[in-house]
Design a protein around this ligand. Structure first.
Ligand SMILES: NC(=O)c1ccc[n+]([C@@H]2O[C@H](COP(=O)([O-])OP(=O)(O)OC[C@H]3O[C@@H](n4cnc5c(N)ncnc54)[C@H](OP(=O)(O)O)[C@@H]3O)[C@@H](O)[C@H]2O)c1
Length: 337
């Protein structure tokens, strides 16, 4: 194995299920990559809402995953496993991790890594893998958003939302989104959304229907569920597609199922984390086709809301829980450029 790594490192662990203060820095051994993995010297790690669910004990860690939090990193390859031929020590990469991203070093499957385009900082790159692959899979692979179609995405100012708005716009799509304040709505429209609706102040589904001249949404990306399910279904056109990725509004609801039959709507859902190595590699490959070129030309950018030193992960989680952020929250290590 080609290697250039240290023996021990700073990482963040979850002491027990609970609030942000259960995130504690500790010194631990640098993980060893398997034959199909690379070891990354982490410069920056993205913070995602699922990290909060994991910290609270509401998002079980898959058996084969690291118990440490952190689903995405960017940095430099420090070692490669014996069967890895497409990555080399010194390569600048961004990668989906199977946990363990909140650390100075993290392992990732070779098939979960992507080159960092030259125009991106490592901090920006750390915000790409989890949101990018989630959007690519759900919106493009699963729900088949085609160029020029109309996407409705909830939570437009979130990490996921900012990625979905920009990527859909880079494909010539029309985008309607929801957000929880006028400031967030303005931010979403500056990112390219054709219409951003303040869901706290208006009947967002009525405003959306009026803007589109009826039930004219081709694809919904929904992280809310609950009462939104019925409304989303009512806005989809014939043969519309609905991708559900989270349940911030509740996972039990009463739904009028007739649109699924009468208008041939496809309702689907997924979560990225437990997918197999082969599935994640296939999603990464699709991201290389549609996301990387858009990042390289600057059509899609990571909007970095704020950065925190790795050791202050608890403060980063507290910030996410205020819900005031717009875009990505990123942890940085001593290796950040
Ligand atoms: N299934 C998967 O594979 C997968 C992968 C990654 C993330 N996710 C999920 O995707 C969501 C976003 O993740 P993130 O890391 O980007 O988190 P984030 O930045 O914290 O975003 C959460 C967003 O949810 C929005 N929201 C909450 N209630 C809403 C409502 N009633 N109507 C409209 N928007 C609402 C918030 O909007 P306001 O702040 O404007 O109120 C905020 O923009 C999370 O629920 C996460 O669990 C799923």
């Amino acid at each position: 194995m080609e290697s250039k790594a240290r023996q021990s490192m700073l990482a963040i662990r979850i002491r027990e299920a609970g609030g942000p203060d259960v995130l504690e820095p500790f010194e631990t051994a640098v993980p060893a990559p398997t034959a199909d993995q690379v070891l990354i010297e982490v410069a920056a790690a993205g913070v995602n809402r699922p990290d909060i669910l994991q910290r609270e004990g509401r998002y079980p860690v898959p058996e084969d995953a690291s118990p440490l939090p952190g689903l995405e990193v960017a940095g430099t390859v420090a070692a490669v496993g014996d069967r890895v031929h497409d990555w080399h020590v010194g390569d600048r990469v961004m990668a989906l991790t199977h946990g363990g991203g909140y650390a100075a070093y993290a392992v990732a499957n070779a098939g979960s890594c992507m080159n960092v385009p030259r125009n991106m900082t490592t901090t920006e790159a750390a915000g790409v893998p989890e949101t990018g692959l989630t959007v690519v899979y759900n919106v493009f692979m699963r729900s088949g958003l085609a160029d020029g179609e109309t996407l409705l995405v909830h939570g437009g100012s979130s990490g996921i939302g900012t990625m979905a708005i920009q990527l859909a716009k880079s494909r010539g799509c029309r985008v309607v989104t929801t957000a929880g304040s006028d400031e967030k709505c303005r931010f979403c429209e500056e990112l390219g959304a054709d219409l951003a609706i303040n869901y706290r102040e208006t009947e967002w589904s009525e405003v959306c229907r009026e803007h589109l001249g009826g039930a004219n949404v081709d694809v919904v990306l929904d992280m809310v569920a609950g009462d939104y399910v019925d409304l989303n279904l009512s806005l989809l056109r014939d043969s519309g597609r609905y991708s559900l990725i989270a349940f911030q509004g509740g996972y039990r609801t009463s739904v009028d199922l007739r649109p699924l039959v009468a208008r041939r709507i496809a309702l689907t859902g997924s979560t990225l984390r437990p997918r197999s190595v082969a599935e994640k590699t296939a999603i990464r490959d699709r991201a290389r086709e549609i996301l990387l070129p858009a990042l390289a030309t600057g059509q899609v950018k990571t909007v970095v809301d704020s950065t925190f030193p790795l050791a202050e992960a608890a403060r980063a989680h507290r910030h996410m829980e205020t819900g005031t952020h717009m875009g990505k929250i990123v942890l940085t290590t001593a290796a950040v450029a």
